[in-house]
Design a protein around this ligand. Sequence first.
Ligand SMILES: [Zn+2]
Length: 297
Amino acid sequence: MLINMNQMLKVAQSSGFAVGAFNISDNALFQTVVETAEANNAPAIIAVHPTELNYAKDDFFKYVVARISNSKIPFVLHLDHGDSVQSVLRAIRCGFSSVMIDGSLLPFSENVSLTKEVVAVCHQLNISVEAELGTIGSMGATMEKGVEGVIYTDPSDAEIFINETGADTLAVAIGTAHGIYPKGFKPELKMDVLKAIKEKVTVPLVLHGGSNNPDSEISEAVKIGISKVNISSDFKCAIYQKLREVLTEKEGWDPNNIFPECIDEGKKVVQQKMTLFNSIGKARLYQDIDAWRSELL
Ligand SMILES: [Zn+2]
């Protein structure tokens, strides 16, 4: 079933687990996430960056929407790092149930007004909105980009920002970066910043750049109050490492011969993340969802 982010994270927040958001841009990646969620009765978020949307093309999402709407497992179809009102409108036309508007590189007041504009449109359509405050680092080679140095989210600003914009969820900068960290680099998450933000805002909090961080830090962040963790590089890496092996060992060019074992490697990573977020088996908590499906945000 296809639900919005508020419906997804309300349950996660009250039951103390996080939901993984996995970036997809083709059927192999999509199949990896959906089938792992179904095999583990785990709710999941299908995330699509604007560059991934450009690559997959709009009509691909007719299949995605049909596939997840027909599933018993709760899914959100979410635009990751929407960069303009136009990119948000495109996602809405493709049937997305949730969007992110990322104005984090803008001055505070411009981030507020852009986010407010998106919230005003989306809430009329029962689509939830994620916003970002502070900046997430970048390790290069990722489509999400990011900045060289992380600017940590200021907890008092977070409170003002949420009150002014009406955003449903907030992506916070507590020390993660997009991509895979170089050898020897030790990412360190500032749990005290996260705790301080948690005291100031009640909306679910989102952790970007969740790949390649120590499991202990991620599970601690979930305990403190992160409700959604974004994963992109980790499971794609597993699939494409395997693909490199398969292509050197096997002759042939049929995707149905080449990809299944690669998808299996990706599934292992997705399942391990779901275990880490404590979301395995949690689909049952959404059984009453039809009762409050009509509820607005
Ligand atoms: Zn991100």
